[in-house]
Design a protein around this ligand. Structure first.
Ligand code: 0RA
Length: 665
């Protein structure tokens, strides 16, 4: 058990001096006593961003994380087993634990009760414990006093030494001395608070966000039971209990649920090193193509990775290579297995704990502490090599999987080299199915990527051939679900697209050679259409980012319905629009009028004129400009919903669904 871990900066800490409370509190409204107390917390209210990262959604939720974190510390020190988080009406949250209870007796230094000190003195959290145990100061190293400072009101209830004690605060200022209000046979702390509307832009908590975070915390703190309930709507209570005996090993099992696993025994290592440093690693290979790797430092999710991750990758690659050679799975002369090869099918979690971690990167979500690289490498080198020796069957499956990835990598490279050498992608021979425009100036030219031959036919007839080119793609062929993206590049449809664009791909890519400055994806408004759109966006995201950055990529917005009303025809682009228009047309006459509503399932159902009028004519059409965020999201959707990685898909579905219990698996 590692005690006294000081935690560092928040996941998303933006040190913005622009972040100011909407209204700074007026000192005059406080009594002399309040001012004395507030002096300590005033900086928090003046610059909330410095303490919780901001006053938006993340900052608001940090209040909850901060309190829960103190409870987790109490659990990690072996004193608490249960944490209960309740979202109550009117943005009130309460967080309860069954730990020792914050001490209520007078503290020798501050002459106030320890409870009041912990809640009103910045960074006081850790200094007041007895024995070797210190409260870490919470997830963000700021302590519960920050939560107190940023709450309209906060109430602490402590069960300790046979009594029940409470104390109330307003905007960080104590309203009374701690008082005994009853007797109790149990121990624990309950902190109930309402975030201050003067500080936060909005004080509505996001249930799914909280669920996701607390589930993750439960995995990272094996043995602690976290119960969460949403009691904000009367008669509609949802609740979850997260309890994972197996810690990050359980987390791996959950992520790999439903996938074919390569090594049956999940690899798990845990090592305490000098200076209260702890390294925990769990991993398992599956038969999927991509990698799922989650890294944490002091229970903070480090999205951007950092030194713990690089240490892990280096050691993993080296250990697998050493083992493969030693077992003669690789011949001496064979190429090394690369870091990319060992990624394929890997599910891994790295969780490190350390004193005073350094966070860096754009979102302060990258571990910078240099020594951590060597620490993780050391743990990995020793334990993973031992694991492979002790589990020869699992070792063999892992090496086989990695070797297969290497083979595919070499084959893909060879294929790409041949294609590039032959100059097949550089645009000299335009594909047969491209109906090109006559215009040669890229700035004035556009290309519609349409789905299927029938839409292709309508679009070719309906277009203005001077500046509009049409490239029909066979959806079915393109829709290579569960395939690697590099397979897609070998696909004829994709090749046609690359040749038509004229940019080539990979090292040969040149955005300056783009033949059209508007690339318009025009797929149908159905499931297949959205599949293909996701796929194309993913392709652009991974291989043609400069096209997105240059603002050249668009999505056409064809209408969903045509509504005929007497001699008038209207096109509508959404169900809401349809409802509104129907209401308007019905209302005109004050009686039932006959409307003929036609739903367009595909672009191919429109005749050329309709297609021109609604979707292609620059004077009328609506185009959605694709941003890098749209494309990144598509890429993610591609991974989660279309890939064969069941873990994230399950997770995605779970976080978006309501269930009651979610116990260890
Ligand atoms: C200061 C000292 C001790 C415990 C705590 C604070 C404490 C804080 C929180 C916040 C939420 N739950 C908490 N539980 C405990 C040590 C107490 C002792 O030595 O008995």
């Amino acid at each position: 058990m590692v005690k006294s871990l000081k935690r560092g900066a928040p996941k998303k800490l933006r040190f913005s001096i622009k972040t100011m409370p909407k209204q700074a509190p007026k000192k005059s409204s406080y009594t002399a006593k309040d001012i004395r107390v507030l002096e300590g917390l005033e900086p928090v209210r003046l610059r909330p961003g410095m303490y919780i990262g901001g006053t938006g959604k993340d900052g608001l939720h940090h209040l909850v994380w901060e309190v829960v974190d103190n409870c987790i510390d109490e659990a990690m020190a072996g004193h608490a087993k249960n944490i209960d988080v309740r979202l109550m009406p009117d943005s009130v949250v309460s967080v309860k634990d069954d730990g020792r209870g914050i001490p209520v007796e007078k503290h020798s230094k501050t002459k106030k009760s320890t409870l009041e000190t912990v809640l009103t003195v910045l960074h006081a959290g850790g200094k007041f414990g007895g024995g070797g145990y210190k409260v870490s100061g919470g997830l963000h190293g700021v302590g519960v006093s920050v939560v107190n400072a940023l709450s309209e009101w906060l109430e602490a209830e402590v069960h300790r030494d046979g009594g029940v004690y409470t104390q109330k605060f307003k905007r960080g200022a104590a309203q009374n001395n701690v008082k005994k209000i009853g007797t109790s046979k149990v121990t624990g702390t309950t902190i109930t608070f309402r975030p201050d509307e003067q500080i936060f832009q909005e004080i509505v908590f996001d249930w799914n966000y909280i669920l996701h975070h607390l589930r993750q915390q439960a995995y990272l703190t094996p043995g602690v039971k976290i119960h969460i309930s949403d009691e904000r709507e009367e008669g509609k209570i949802s609740h979850y209990t997260f309890y994972f005996e197996g810690g990050i090993e359980s987390y791996i099992r959950q992520l790999n649920l439903g996938k074919d696993t390569k090594n049956e025994a999940i690899f798990y290592a845990r090592k305490e090193l000098e200076n209260d440093t702890l390294v925990e690693i769990a991993l398992q290979y599956t038969d999927v193509y991509n990698e799922t790797i989650l890294t944490f430092a002091n229970n903070i999710y480090t999205v951007e990775g950092g030194t713990h991750l690089t240490g892990f990758r280096t050691a993993l690659t080296r250990t697998i290579n050493d083992y493969a050679r030693k077992q003669a799975y690789l011949k001496q002369k064979d190429d090394n297995l690369t870091a990319d090869d060992v990624k394929e099918g890997l599910t891994a979690i790295i969780s490190v704990k350390l004193r005073e971690p350094q966070f860096e990167g754009q979102t302060k979500a990258k571990l910078g502490t240099p020594e951590m690289r060597a620490h993780v490498m050391k743990v990995m080198n020793e334990s993973f090599a031992a694991y492979l020796e002790e589990h020869p069957r699992d070792g063999r499956s892992i090496v086989e999987k990695v070797a297969l990835a290497a083979k595919a990598r070499l084959a893909a490279r060879a294929a790409r080299d041949t294609v590039l050498r032959k100059g097949a992608l550089d645009g000299f021979a335009l594909p047969g199915k491209l109906a090109d425009c006559s215009q040669r100036d890229p700035a004035k030219s556009e290309i519609f990527i349409v789905e299927g031959d029938s839409a292709g036919g309508s679009a070719k007839s309906g277009r203005d051939r001077k500046f509009q080119a049409i490239l029909p793609l066979r959806g079915k062929i393109l829709n290579v679900e569960r395939a690697r993206l590099d397979k897609m590049l070998a696909n004829n449809e994709v090749k046609s697209l690359i040749i038509a664009m004229g940019t080539s791909i990979g090292e040969e890519f040149e955005v300056e050679k783009l033949r059209y400055h508007r690339i318009i994806i025009a797929t149908d408004a159905d499931v297949d259409g959205s599949h293909i759109r996701t796929l194309l966006l993913t392709l652009f995201f991974r291989y043609f980012q400069p096209i997105i950055d240059g603002g050249y990529l668009y999505i056409a917005q064809p209408p969903l319905y045509k509504i005929d009303h007497g001699k008038e025809s209207h096109y509508v682009y959404s169900d809401e629009e349809k409802a509104a228009l129907t209401k308007k047309l019905q209302g005109k006459k004050g009686e039932e009028v006959k409307l003929n509503v036609q739903r367009y399932k595909g672009l191919g159902e429109m005749n050329p004129l309709e297609l021109w009028e609604t979707t292609m004519d620059p004077a009328n059409r609506v185009l959605k400009h694709v941003t890098i965020d749209d494309a990144a999201e598509a890429d993610n959707t591609f991974e989660v919903l279309m890939g064969d990685e069941v873990g994230p898909r399950k997770k995605w579905i779970q976080t978006h669904a309501k269930t009651v219990e979610n116990l260890d698996i």
